[in-house]
Design a binder for this molecule. Structure first.
Ligand code: FE
Ligand code: FE
Ligand code: ZN
Length: 295
C-alpha cells in the first residue's frame, strides 16, 4: 500500500498525540516528527510526550512502526572539528535514538554532517566514528539511522552517493544504517530526478544498494538540478514537477517505503492535506496554492 505522509509538529499540549492527530487530519498513513525544535537540543521528558495515547491512536488507524520516522535536529554535526562538540553530538544522538525507540519509530533521519574545516576525508572519518559510538550505545534498539542525501550547500557531507557510501564503508554494524532519499536534495546535488529517475536509482543501486532506502523525502525544488541550494517547493510547483515526483512516489521498487512531504507552508498554512489529495488522485491541481489559502 502507498505510504504517504508529511512531517508534523510535536508541541504542547498534545505532544506526540497531537502529531498523530495532525497526520490523520491530512489523510496521511505515515509521519515524521522532530522530538522537539529542530534547531535546538532542548527536549521534554518522555513522560510528558503522551506516547501511549499516540501509539494507541496510530494502532487504531493502521499506522505501525514501519510508518513512523523521527528526524534528528539539524544542528548536531558529527563532523564538528571540535572534539567536545562531536562528543556532545554522539551523546545527543544516542538519547534521540532511545526516544525514537520509545516512540515506536523504525528510523531516525540524520544529516550526516558538515565539513566545517573543509577537510572532507576527516569529516567522513569523524561521522563514521560517531555513528559507530552511537550504534554501540544503542546496541539492543532496532532503530535505523537513515543518512539523508544532501543538496551540497556549504560543506555538507552526503551530497553524492559515493560520499554516503564512504561513510557506510567505515561503519562496523551496517545493518543499523539506511538512507533517506530526498528528491529536492538529490536534484539540487545534480542528479536528474526530473527526467531520469530510473537511471539515478540504478546508479544508487550500484553504489549503495537500493534496498538501503528506508524513507523518501518528497519535495519539489525551487532550483534547477545542480543548484546546490536546498530550497523546497510545493508538490508540482518547482523544477522537478508533478509527474516526475509522482513517478518517484509510485515507483514499483519502493511501494512500502514511507514517503514524507517536507514542502513549504503557504502563508502559515500546511499544504499537506491538499498535496496528499493530489497525489492519491494522481491529478495535478493548478489551483493548489489558492485552495490552501482559502481552506
Ligand atoms: Fe532533513
Ligand atoms: Fe529532507
Ligand atoms: Zn532540505
Amino acid at each position: 500500500m502507498l505510504k504517504i505522509g508529511s512531517h508534523v509538529s510535536l508541541s504542547a499540549p498534545n505532544m506526540y498525540l497531537g502529531s498523530v492527530m495532525e497526520a490523520l487530519s491530512y489523510g496521511a498513513n505515515c509521519l515524521m516528527v522532530y522530538t522537539g525544535a529542530p534547531q535546538n537540543t532542548i527536549r521534554r521528558p518522555l513522560s510528558e510526550m503522551k506516547i501511549n495515547e499516540a501509539i494507541d491512536l496510530m494502532n487504531k488507524n493502521g499506522i505501525t512502526k514501519n510508518d513512523i520516522v523521527v528526524h534528528a535536529p539539524y544542528i548536531i554535526n558529527l563532523a564538528n572539528p571540535d572534539e567536545e562538540k562531536r562528543s556532545f553530538a554522539v551523546d545527543f544522538l544516542t538519547k534521540e535514538i532511545k526516544r525514537s525507540f520509545k516512540m515506536n519509530a523504525k528510523q531516525i533521519v540524520l544529516h550526516p554532517g558538515s565539513a566545517v574545516g573543509k577537510d572532507l576525508d576527516m569529516a567522513i572519518k569523524w561521522i563514521a566514528d560517531g555513528l559507530n559510538k552511537v550504534i554501540k550505545n544503542t546496541e539492543d534498539l532496532d532503530v535505523l539511522i537513515a543518512l539523508e542525501t544532501m543538496a551540497g550547500k556549504g560543506n555538507e557531507v552526503g551530497r553524492s552517493f559515493e560520499e554516503l557510501k564512504r561513510i557506510i564503508d567505515l561503519v562496523q554494524n551496517k545493518s543499523r544504517i539506511s538512507i533517506c532519499f530526498d528528491t529536492c536534495h538529490t536534484s539540487d546535488a545534480g542528479y536528474d530526478i526530473k527526467d531520469n529517475f530510473d537511471t539515478v536509482i540504478s546508479e544508487f543501486d550500484k553504489i549503495i544498494g537500493k534496498e538501503k532506502i528506508s524513507v523518501f523525502h518528497i519535495n519539489d525544488s525551487k532550483n534547477l538540478p545542480g543548484a546546490k541550494k536546498d530550497r523546497h517547493a510545493n508538490f508540482g510547483f518547482g523544477e522537478i514537477g508533478f509527474q516526475s515526483l509522482l513517478d518517484v512516489i509510485y515507483h514499483k521498487d519502493f511501494v512500502n517505503i514511507p514517503k514524507i512531504l517536507e514542502t513549504p507552508y503557504v502563508s502559515d498554512k500546511p499544504p499537506y492535506r491538499y498535496e496528499i489529495k493530489m497525489i492519491l488522485e494522481k491529478k495535478f491541481n493548478k489551483n493548489l496554492i489558492s485552495d490552501i489559502l482559502e481552506g
